[in-house]
Design a protein around this ligand. Structure first.
Ligand code: SAM
Length: 294
């Protein structure tokens, strides 16, 4: 079980006015960001939400002590969770986002002209409220008329939707608290059934350095339900180990064979990380990751 963060004021050989946000990992590792202030803290029925103002990464959101996003590098994760599936699907119209209450994934989805409706299912209304105040450049897209927000448990929500979605993004935190069930087979089975017959699911599947067993387990589950399963990776400086993976399950379209780079070229000017070469390169897994999947 990962430990909680704390604002650690006991850094050796530093003056007292230095404050650090430290996220303690499960394997004797930690990541620390020097912060100026803690701007907000609230214990909701689901988690502790903290917002900090950091020196090097702008504002930072932490949930139960885990760094969720920073102003400086959130674009990497949000562009990669959204554009890889949306450029794999020929014409995505109806998208479900589970989690993602900060609005970053929704912001990226809405850049696609084909989008008609985005359903965001976020269990904690406080995350949306807080994001709108402290991360307006991310959360403001949640006001778009194409977005419908449901403050519900995503695990329950997918039980009652069949054959609906072109794309489902599981933009979850680490497998703790209400998010534990978002990494279970029963949830994935219901999410699979919620897709239409050419649908695609992408879930953030953690770091292969920290969660190798989770990645193996998720792979074996996805292989049961999807004819096409791929992992892809991105480097996020403020995520423990610096590497995050995504698992993509697709009923019809392959993210490599069916990918048309021409579709991306006119888009790239609005993006800071994703482009047609990054799309393909992100599926080139290092040997240690490939061996995890054997
Ligand atoms: N998008 C961020 C990033 O850059 O990594 C982090 C993910 S987002 C903040 C994770 C969200 O999932 C949180 O707002 C949390 O409240 C929500 N969440 C956790 N469990 C959930 C569940 N079972 N159903 C719906 N939302 C859930």
């Amino acid at each position: 079980m990962q430990e909680k963060s704390e604002v650690n004021t006991d850094i050796p050989n530093s003056s007292k006015e230095e404050f650090w946000l430290t996220e303690y990992g499960p394997r004797n590792t930690a990541i620390s960001l020097r912060v100026k202030y803690k701007l907000f803290e609230k214990k909701t029925p689901y988690q502790k939400i903290e917002i900090f103002d950091s020196y090097d990464y702008g504002r930072v959101m932490a949930l139960d002590g885990f760094i969720m996003l920073t102003e400086k590098d959130e674009f990497i994760y949000h562009e990669m969770i959204a554009h890889v599936p949306l450029f794999t699907h020929p014409e995505p119209k109806h998208v479900l986002v589970i989690g993602g209450g900060d609005g970053g994934a929704v912001r990226e989805i809405l850049k696609h002209k084909s989008i008609e409706k985005v359903e965001l299912v976020e269990i904690d209304e406080e995350v949306v409220k807080t994001s709108k105040i402290y991360f307006p450049e991310i959360a403001s897209y949640l006001e778009d008329e194409r977005v419908e927000i449901n403050f519900q448990d995503g695990i329950e929500y997918v039980k009652f939707k069949h054959g609906v979605y072109d794309i489902i993004l599981i933009d979850s935190p680490d497998p703790v608290g209400p998010a534990v069930g978002l990494f279970e087979e029963s949830f994935y089975k219901n999410a699979f059934a919620s897709l239409n017959d050419s649908g695609i699911i992408v879930a953030q599947s953690e770091s292969p350095f920290i969660f190798p067993d989770l990645i193996k387990r998720v792979f074996s589950i996805f292989k049961k339900y999807f004819p096409i399963v791929h992992f892809y990776i991105a480097n996020v400086p403020t995520y423990a180990s610096g590497m995050i993976s995504f698992v993509l399950g697709s009923r019809k379209f392959d993210p490599i064979k069916d990918f048309n780079p021409e579709r991306v070229k006119s888009f790239v000017s609005t993006l800071k990380y994703y482009n047609e070469k990054v799309h393909l390169a992100s599926f080139a897994l290092p040997n240690f990751f490939i061996n995890l999947l054997k």
